[in-house]
Every structure is written in structure tokens, then in C-alpha cells.
Design a protein around this ligand. Sequence first.
Ligand SMILES: [Zn+2]
Length: 250
Amino acid sequence: MRILLLVLAMVLDVVLCSKFDIYRQGQKVTPYGRLVEGDIMLLNERSVGERAALRDRRYQWQNKAVPYVLSNSYSSSEVAVIKSAMEEYSKLTCIRFIQRTTQRDYLYISSMDGCWSYMGRIGGRQDVSLASRGCIYKGIVMHELMHALGFEHEHSRPDREQFLNILWANIDRNNWDQFQVASSFEFDTLSEAYDYRSVMHYDGWAFAKGKEPSMMPKQTGVDIYELGRGLEEDRFTKLDLTKLDKYYCR
Ligand SMILES: [Zn+2]
């Protein structure tokens, strides 16, 4: 069995949009698993396959419904933000977040350490951390819920080198693993185009150690401010919706 507690140097909060500006760095011992790419929690006892949540239908939620329980420590305004993120899914996709009654598999959403989620349905109660301090923004909740539905970061796509220049010199070496590229075994693009504005894309200054950006778009005509625009503006892109539709609704 793997060591239960892994010490990893990483940034915990995936609060990446400059408007939120609360990056936090440090060493992390976690009893829940190990955090990768800032906000994706992997179980300690499983490994690579788990990153392939989208490819492996075992990690898909059944009947287009995701049962959840919200911690009762949230204030009513925090609950309103979390529910407004869930409503984006019910307004625009076939996916429904429903209050858990007796379902075996469900999300338990609470204010733990930072903003993070597992990828896809892992079975039983699974935590989603949305810390009261720093994570209660509609776009961030949409992002973490999309991880819980099985989706990876857009900037980790196997073909991302065609679309992004990672400016390694502007990123602290401890955070280089935030920018790893997934293999095509791990990452299913669902045959859709690269989406700079996705809710699942970080902004151009994510994990930058200074004022210089950490990534730049390669495609001409794409502005750096377009990176992660959906996350910052609390809305799904057309491509986000197409992918959610392909995976859950057809
Ligand atoms: Zn994320």
C-alpha cells in the first residue's frame, strides 16, 4: 500500500484569476490524497488511471444526476453562490445537482483547505473543498464541480503545446508540475477544439512568481486576457457546454 500521507510542495488554492489574487504556497500533508495541478485531488491508492476520469465511464455519475450535501457551516450568502453555480448546469446542460437523500455516491461540499475536487465519481462520499475564504465565487464553484464531473484542466491537454507557450522562467520551480501535460491515455478531448476561454483553463498569470505571465497563447489573434475568461467571468464557454453535453447528455 502506498504511503498514506504524501508531502508535496504545491499551491493549494486554485484561485487563479487575478481578481481573486490569493495564491498560497506551502508544503501540504493531506489525509485525503495528493493534490496535483493545484486543485485536483487523487486518491493515494490509485494512480494514473484516475486521471483518465473522462475516458473511463466508471467515474461518470449515473442518470445525469449528482447528489450532494452542503456542509451546514456555510452562511446563507455562501450557499446562494454555490447554488447559483449548480444552476448554471441545470440551466444549460442536462446535469442536475440534487440534494442527497439515500444515494450511496455523493459530493460532500465543505470548507476545508483551499479549493479542490476529485476527478469524476470515485464512489461513496467524496469531498469537494470550497474554503469560505477564497473559493466562494461562482466561476470557481463551476470549475470544481466540473472536475467532480470528470473533467481535467484544458491547459493540460495532450495537444496543448500547439496552443500555449509555458514561460517556465516566470514560474517557481516548485510549481512546474502545475503545468504538466496529460497523455492522451489520460485526457479525452472529446474531439473538440482547444478552448482558451474554458472554465477549466487557468489565466495567463496562474502560478507566476512575479508580474510576468506564466503562459502565452500561441495562436495569432488570441489575447492573453482570453485565457480562462470563462472562469473569471463565471460562465461556461460554448465548448465547455458542448463537452458536457457530449459526455453526459447524449
Ligand atoms: Zn482545477
